[in-house]
Design a protein around this ligand. Structure first.
Ligand code: PEP
Ligand code: MN
Length: 368
């Protein structure tokens, strides 16, 4: 379902045409000197839009919760001195009043706020009638509707200068990421709201410095509109998120290494080639759908048989055998093991569901 929101193109409200667009700065504005020095170095590397946390949403009380209005005064001085734009996180009406008073250029709504429609509505009402751009981070939990709902609330009060920040999701289980990216969630967001600028936040996704480059490159390969990366003059000494912050110097190296995929779709001859490959992909997808339909027909047959014989749909030995052999066949073809494992898990669940429907068809004929 495509949702048409009235959104101004990002280049009409971000004062920076760098490619890739990078917003950077510390997780938190700790002291004037730390903020000034970080921003000065960033500016010297061609970064024009700074970020800094002024009110920090901390999981437990008793840790550094931001310098509030004091930090806004530093920002206002630094903006004038270095001629840069600034974005800060806001979570309530009071934050917005103060951020606007000190001339903050772009507001962002944090992951812990996006989850709460009351808070998002409060923020939307407070910025109504201003021209202030707003970036909405994805909610902590992987719920696309919450993310879209927050963007809609902001757009509904007339804010056209808006975008989303993808910062990953809290998930149980082990992961190499601090917040698992679930790239498909951001791709779904973009498919639902095609004109929405989407910025990737590799710092919070990774939770460590080492993966920032590869995650940023992945985002650019997927066509994101920009990156927001945390930086600090002395990352190890940072008062929050120290493991994931990098020095402005490292940032400049990452920036140089990143490969930009130009949007050559506009180029006609390129378009021709692209269309040809896309048509081939369409044909292959039709074949895949035909084959899936054939498989489902066979699964229905086996479902009928199991019903007659009164045996369970899930036969563990058969499943283990399928799983093992399919992965062997696929790896012989040079396909990724993880991909085929995931694919067969989905196929297996689909098959069990089809069989269960058949087996339960008669049984459902009883009255309570
Ligand atoms: C941050 O950007 O420092 C921050 C607190 O972000 P998030 O809301 O993504 O946790
Ligand atoms: Mn942070």
């Amino acid at each position: 379902m495509t949702k048409k929101l009235n959104i101004a193109p990002i280049n009409t409200w971000i004062n920076d045409d760098s490619d890739p667009l990078i917003i950077s700065g510390p997780c938190s504005a700790e002291t004037f000197d730390q903020l000034y020095e970080t921003c000065k170095q960033l500016k010297s590397y061609g970064i024009n839009i700074m970020r800094a946390g002024v009110w920090k949403p901390r999981t437990r009380p008793g840790t550094f919760e931001g310098n509030g209005e004091e930090a806004l005064k530093w920002i206002s001085d630094i903006k004038k001195d270095l001629d840069v734009q600034f974005t800060v996180e806001v979570a309530n009406t009071n934050h917005i009043d103060l951020a606007l008073k000190y001339g903050i250029d772009i507001l962002w709504i944090g992951a812990r706020t996006t989850v709460n429609p009351f808070s998002v509505q409060e923020i939307a009402d407070a910025i109504k009638g201003t021209e202030t751009p707003v970036l909405v981070k994805n909610p902590i939990n992987p719920d696309l509707s919450l993310w879209m709902g927050a963007l809609e609330r902001i757009n509904k009060v007339g804010i056209k200068k808006m975008g989303a920040i993808h910062r990953g999701f809290s998930m149980t289980g082990n992961s190499k990421y601090r917040y698992v990216p679930l790239w498909n969630m951001a791709i779904d967001l973009k498919s639902n709201i095609p004109n929405l600028p989407v910025i990737c936040d590799p710092s919070h996704i990774c939770g460590n410095r080492d993966m920032i480059f590869e995650t940023s490159q992945k985002a650019l390969d997927l066509g994101y509109d920009g990156l927001i990366i945390e930086s600090h003059i002395a990352p190890d000494k940072a008062w929050s998120d120290s493991k994931q912050q990098i020095t402005p110097d490292t940032l400049s190296k990452i920036k140089k290494e990143l490969k930009i995929k130009s949007n050559k779709e506009k180029d006609k001859s390129y378009q021709h080639l692209l269309n040809e490959i896309r048509e081939n992909i369409d044909d292959v997808d039709k074949e895949i759908i035909d084959i899936i339909s054939k498989r489902i027909n066979l699964v229905e047959k086996i479902g009928e048989f199991k019903k007659e014989q009164d045996i369970t749909t899930f036969q563990v030995e058969r499943w283990n055998e399928i799983f093992k052999s399919r992965i062997e066949w696929a790896t012989e073809k040079g396909l990724e093991k993880d991909f085929i494992e995931d694919l067969y898990k989905v196929i297996h669940i689909g098959s069990i569901n089809v069989q269960n429907k058949i087996i339960n068809r008669k049984k459902a004929n009883f009255k309570i």
